[in-house]
Design a protein around this ligand. Structure first.
Ligand SMILES: [Zn+2]
Length: 279
């Protein structure tokens, strides 16, 4: 959890960002949450009525504060999408809670911030076709389930095939990678896939889940990438967005290296690159 404080501190300290780059999202109201999540699930979550089994699947000790935090984060991604439409790129220093389904949470995810934001913009008529690029090492199973029957949102997940979740959902495009895939193969697959995918889908908005648990130092990752490789991955995505003039909203996603410095450095690279590519 401490990375959420260290990352903005680092970005301010090194001058990548200044305080006026930041915004503080309000909590999200029930109506917007219910455009994505089932009422029964949201009410159990909000009223602290999940069963012990449901809480265990999420993996956090449950509290009102934690739920409220989830609504701030989700609204952060909504705001990001709106800022991205204004400025080209905007980022959430949290989010990427892609293991949250319409009807349940799991894997440290309560509410699905990207799904909530995508549905918000669709509902408001601010987007007609959305592409989700999920490069966290874990499959975006919740996002896949939420948009399974929705043609307006194309879900692309590239992840460790052997990694959590054991039982994968079906995204519109899934690429499952072997353990220790490493930089060169990973980057080759991504650069062979992404430009053609953007051409095919023709999105007017992109959500990018930039989890850094692809690193070889990651406790949960196993894909064997270096910090440099991870940064090149971000470059491929951000340059494709920029080249195609498609606004991109970025959520941070996972990162669990033994040394916190690796996690913060890898996430900070995404922000540094966004400055370089977009501003
Ligand atoms: Zn992950």
């Amino acid at each position: 959890m401490v990375k959420y404080e260290l990352l903005p501190e680092q970005l301010l300290y090194e001058g990548t960002l200044t305080p006026d780059h930041f915004f503080e999202p309000e909590p999200l109201n029930d109506e917007v949450i219910l455009w994505t999540h089932e009422r029964g699930y949201w009410e159990k979550l909000k009223n602290q009525e999940l069963t012990r089994k449901e809480i265990r699947a999420i993996g956090f000790p449950m509290s009102e504060l934690l739920v409220r935090r989830g609504t701030h984060i989700s609204n952060g991604t909504v705001q990001c999408a709106l800022y991205a439409q204004q400025f080209g790129c905007a980022m959430n220093i949290a989010g990427g809670t892609h293991h949250s389904f319409t009807y349940k949470g799991e894997g440290f995810c309560l509410l699905n911030d990207i799904a909530i934001a995508a549905n918000y913009l669709l509902k408001k008529g601010l987007s007609k076709k959305t592409l989700v690029i999920d490069l966290d090492v874990h499959q975006g199973n919740g996002t896949a389930q939420i948009f399974r029957n929705d043609d307006r949102v194309f879900t692309f997940s590239m992840h460790g095939e052997k990694n959590y979740p054991l039982r994968k959902e079906t995204s519109d495009l899934d690429i499952g990678l072997a353990d220790n895939t490493g930089d060169s193969l990973y980057l080759k697959i991504l650069s062979n896939t992404l430009p053609a995918l953007i051409d095919e889908v023709q999105p007017d908005l992109i959500f990018y889940l930039s989890g850094v648990d692809v690193l070889k130092t990651d406790k949960l990752g196993r894909l064997g990438m270096t910090l440099q490789g991870c940064k090149e991955r971000d470059r491929i995505v951000l340059e494709a967005c920029r080249l195609n003039k498609i606004p991109v909203a970025i959520s941070m996603g996972g990162g669990y290296s033994e040394r916190l410095a690796h996690v913060v450095e890898a996430h900070a690279n995404t922000y540094r690159l966004a400055q370089e590519v977009f501003f």
